[in-house]
Design a protein around this ligand. Structure first.
Ligand SMILES: Cc1cc2nc3c(=O)[nH]c(=O)nc-3n(C[C@H](O)[C@H](O)[C@H](O)COP(=O)(O)OP(=O)(O)OC[C@H]3O[C@@H](n4cnc5c(N)ncnc54)[C@H](O)[C@@H]3O)c2cc1C
Length: 467
């Protein structure tokens, strides 16, 4: 016998699940969110976006104090207190996860603690830590169980010497030599943290470029910037084996194109080759939902093949990003509530929170060329931006791609200071289908880095004034 009946039961309390739950509460739906971790917030708040940004922020300041401060006339000799750096990260994470608990109470969402399992249409069984099973009756079930780090055969993650992103957020010491396997966003962000704190960092990447999906010109500039900071890249190389001892790891690395293998010694290895959807023990078979070969649950506007069962976030196709999961969650609940939920996946921005930062939205040049779409380009370097210049942060550029005939902005690619905070301007512009001229003729405050966004837009029509 089911004990409680809900309009919607959401399994997973990450950015997809908790935002869905809050929106459900706002719309007057009786909602429960089942989460098996001891805290809400999912990967993002507990072991993803937030702790990584806490360490990126702290390590960036440490690196600045170690070099750039002196150039500004501030003489200091910083000393690393890794324990305190980790403690302040953990405190922030706790405050954030508690914040979600507060939002659940505010919006009358029940947090059902435990592992959720679909036990047939409209039924979710929750097994608590004490082993007690509660059955929830649900008119709608939303799967929001997220993702987990992908594994690599021959490289066993022990969270001691070979760590995944979760382990890399809590290393007990600064590695002397860190090898990062995978030159994606997570690997480069966490590699940057440890590089700034003093580790020698080598990144091994299977492809012949870093950060697949990023505009190629931007990626090249980005790689150059990271190389200048001391990161070493081995591209077109694959790790084929790892031998762990108490002191470290010996990796076997082979060129993808063939040739002699070499060995790399490291005291720590970070495996960061991507993430895969997580649906373990979820009881999908009880409602006849089968993930595809990559473990992804395919949906039609969040509807799975089973009536009343929906899926959002990292378990469904699309970029594995917190803000995308959030958009999915809101749209899915609005559809459940009989409204028009909609997500424009072309307008999901991507950001790398290194220094310089990288941010982009819309199409890359490569995508436009492949689609045969005629486009014009406007580009503006931060060396010509006055605010960046006085702050000594002149690395990078803003590039705007606009339709050759209509001038509609199709893609924007930025590398430079604070671009994570500025990409939203173009997301809004593109949501309103702005022409580059709309941005070019919009007054921007001086002196700010955001003027570079306008100058780049002016460049589309060939009238950049400040470079
Ligand atoms: C190191 C790192 C840095 C990142 N940085 C960023 C960033 O800067 N920006 C960004 O946008 N994205 C970032 N991401 C990605 C982001 O964290 C994910 O895209 C996002 O968390 C996905 O949200 P989700 O709700 O789909 O799933 P998740 O956040 O993974 O949440 C799923 C939740 O479901 C729970 N769960 C799973 N199965 C069950 C079950 N059967 N019963 C009960 N609960 C269950 C899990 O415990 C988990 O808490 C980062 C990820 C990592 C690892």
């Amino acid at each position: 016998m089911a004990e409680t009946t809900y309009d919607v039961v959401i399994i997973g309390g990450g950015p997809g699940g908790y935002n869905a739950a809050i929106r459900a509460g706002q719309l007057g739906l009786k909602a429960a969110c089942v989460e098996k971790r001891g805290t809400l917030g999912g990967t993002c708040l507990n072991v993803g976006c937030m702790p990584s940004k806490a360490l990126l922020h702290a390590s960036e300041l440490f690196a600045a104090a170690n070099g750039e401060f002196a150039k500004l006339g501030i003489e200091v000799s910083p000393k690393l207190n890794l324990g305190q750096m980790m403690a302040q990260k953990d405190e922030s994470v706790t405050a954030l996860t508690k914040g979600i608990e507060f939002l659940f109470k505010k919006n009358k969402v029940d947090w059902v603690k435990g592992a959720g399992k679909i036990a047939g249409p409209g039924k979710v069984e929750v097994t608590g830590e004490d082993g007690k099973v509660t059955t929830l009756a649900a008119k709608n079930i939303v799967i929001a169980t997220g993702s987990e780090p992908s594994r690599l055969p021959g490289v066993e993650v022990d969270q001691q010497r070979i760590v995944d992103s979760t382990g890399a957020l809590a290393l007990p010491e600064v590695p002397k030599k860190l090898v990062v396997i995978g030159a994606g966003i997570i690997g480069l962000e966490l590699g940057s943290v440890w590089r700034r704190l003093g580790a020698e960092v080598t990144v091994v990447e299977f492809l012949d470029r870093i950060t697949p999906g990023m505009d190629a010109e931007t990626a090249k500039t980005f790689q150059r910037a990271l190389t200048k900071q001391g990161m070493v890249f081995k591209l077109g190389a694959k790790v084929t084996g790892a031998k762990t001892s108490k002191k470290g790891v010996t990796l076997t690395v082979e060129p993808v194109a063939g040739g002699a293998a070499e060995t790399l010694e490291a005291d720590y290895v970070l495996l960061a080759i991507g993430r895969r959807p997580y649906t373990e023990g979820l009881g999908l078979e009880s409602v006849g939902v089968t993930p595809n070969a990559r473990g992804v649950i395919e949906t039609d506007h969040f509807k799975t093949s089973a009536p009343g069962v929906w899926a959002i976030g990292d378990v469904i196709p699309g970029p594995m990003l917190a803000h995308k999961a959030e958009e999915d969650g809101v749209a899915c609940i609005e559809m459940i509530a009989g409204k028009w939920g909609h997500v424009d996946y072309d307008l999901v921005p991507s950001v790398v929170y290194t220094s310089p930062e990288v941010a982009w939205v819309g199409k890359t040049e490569e995508e436009l060329k492949a689609a045969g779409r005629a486009y014009k380009t406007g580009k503006f370097p931060f060396t010509a931006n006055s605010r960046a210049k006085i702050n000594h942060e002149t690395e990078g550029f803003v590039k705007v791609l606009a339709d050759a005939a209509t001038d509609e902005v199709l893609g924007v690619h930025m590398i430079g200071p604070s671009v994570s905070e500025m990409i939203g301007e173009y997301c809004v512009a593109m949501a309103f289908r702005a022409a580059s001229e709309d941005v070019a003729r919009t007054c921007h405050p001086h002196p700010t880095r955001s003027e570079a966004l306008r100058q780049a837009a002016m460049g589309v029509e060939g009238w950049t004034m400040q470079a």
